[in-house]
Design a binder for this molecule. Structure first.
Ligand code: NAD
Length: 398
């Protein structure tokens, strides 16, 4: 079979000769008891860069030893890109959300052999899920592989925005000691009301990690959490996003992108938020309206906006979120720490082994199966597509 894999570029100065840590901490299970990916083999050292082109997700030996053709590229956007050339006769496509290969309906229509789209990570909105259902292409992701990595990033971003870390760091880098400037927007999170839109694997883990800061925790989700968890974390459940955002100082967004959540944080919803609130969005850029966020920051309706997700990706060089005030954005990195890469590389290999051996892929990994939403897809997504506008990614210049 032909496997097409789209990965981000290698580091500018080449692959690392060594890494800061010699080994990764050992993790046995995820908090709900789900086991970590367990492929039959592994051809890389845990903790190595795997998500870039030369890292190849550690898959080349395995695939070629088993007689498959493996093509890896980072050239994924614009007319005539390498990925499009290979898509026409590919059986399997692997892509990462950090640097997504947007499998739009037009592209799927040009890929008659395509059977399986694997997300090396979590969040399969870069695939037109409706077109995948209509064309009986299965879509799978490595559920839980980086959910806790993202939750760590969320805590980091809440603290850095509320305490205004970025301003303080810039002052030090510039050789200054301007304490009044450094603290004129700096607060403690203690006592604040913090709410998550969605309390799935990431949202719930973020709530648990935030609890020791003595904050008041809120959530909104289409699925209510068990009473025992609500009691343990002193959670306030809201049956609408409006009800939650009007009482929160910090809102963290943790739902997938699908037609129900696209553009959810538009001008109207942001105007209902508590004045001066912060938004942390590590879910997907398109859940927030680009212009509405920038405008709310400029008039003080929002005090800060941080996250690692943009639309499209890579974000155009002139994307307004790069230059708006009080932003603490990173590129899409929270789920691709070296720790997470090891887990999702193992997960992709587990999925491929199952697929080639005709074995069942874990239900948790399924987004679309046999023409319908399935597994995590049925729990967390809605039918339809959220890929419109992705061609703008071709505007990014290195
Ligand atoms: P999950 O499936 O465990 O949780 C998703 C939650 O969203 C579920 O509880 C679901 O009920 C809820 N939800 C879905 N639609 C909703 C709606 N319309 N209203 C309210 N709640 C809704 O997934 P997860 O592991 O927590 O990941 C969530 C999302 O985070 C992913 O789909 C992905 O988009 C994003 N993510 C980002 C990164 C990153 O690197 N920044 C990494 C992993 C995941």
């Amino acid at each position: 079979m032909k496997v097409l894999c789209i990965l981000y570029d290698d580091p500018k100065d080449g692959m690392p000769k060594s890494y800061p840590l010699n080994e990764l901490p050992k993790i046995d299970k995820y908090p709900d008891g789900m086991t970590l990916p367990s492929p039959k083999g592994r051809d890389f050292n845990p903790g190595e860069l795997l998500g870039c082109v030369s890292g190849e997700l550690g898959l080349r030996k395995f695939l070629e030893d088993n007689g498959h053709e493996f093509f890896v590229t980072s050239d994924k956007d614009g007319e005539g890109c390498e990925a499009d050339k290979h898509l026409v006769d590919a059986d399997i496509v692997i892509s990462q959300p950090f640097f997504p290969y947007y499998l739009t309906k037009e592209k799927i229509d040009k890929a008659p052999k395509l059977k399986l789209a694997i997300t090396a990570g979590i969040g399969s909105d870069h695939v037109d899920l409706q077109a995948a259902m209509d064309n009986k292409i299965d879509v799978v992701e490595v559920t839980y592989c980086n959910s806790r990595s993202v939750a760590e990033h969320i805590v980091m971003m809440i603290l850095s925005m509320v305490r205004d870390y970025h301003t303080q760091y810039s002052i030090v880098k510039a050789g200054g000691w301007d304490i009044a400037d450094a603290v004129k927007r700096s607060y403690d999170v203690e006592g604040m009301h913090i709410g998550t839109v969605a309390a799935g694997r990431i949202g719930l883990d973020a709530l648990r990690k935030l609890k020791p800061f003595d904050v008041n925790l809120h959530y909104f989700d289409r699925h209510k959490l068990p009473d025992s968890i609500e009691t343990e974390l002193h959670l306030t459940f809201h049956d609408s996003v409006e009800s939650m955002v009007k009482v929160c100082d910090v809102v963290t967004i943790n739902c997938p992108l699908h037609p129900e959540t696209e553009n959810l944080f538009d001008k109207e919803l942001i105007s209902k938020m508590k004045r001066g609130a912060y938004i942390i969005n590590t879910a997907r850029g398109k859940i927030c309206n680009r212009e509405a966020i920038a405008e709310a920051l400029s008039i003080g309706q929002l005090s800060g906006y941080a996250g690692d997700v943009w639309f499209p990706q890579p974000a155009p060089n002139n994307h307004i979120w790069r230059s708006m005030p009080h932003q603490g954005m990173t590129p899409h990195t929270s789920g691709t720490s070296l720790s997470a890469q090891t887990r999702y590389a193992d997960g992709v290999r587990e999925i491929l082994e199952c697929f080639f051996d005709g074995k069942v892929i874990r239900d948790e990994y399924l987004i679309v199966s046999d023409g319908n939403l399935a597994g995590t897809g049925a729990h967390s997504y809605s039918k339809g597509s959220a890929t419109k506008g992705s061609e703008e990614a071709a505007d990014f210049k290195k």
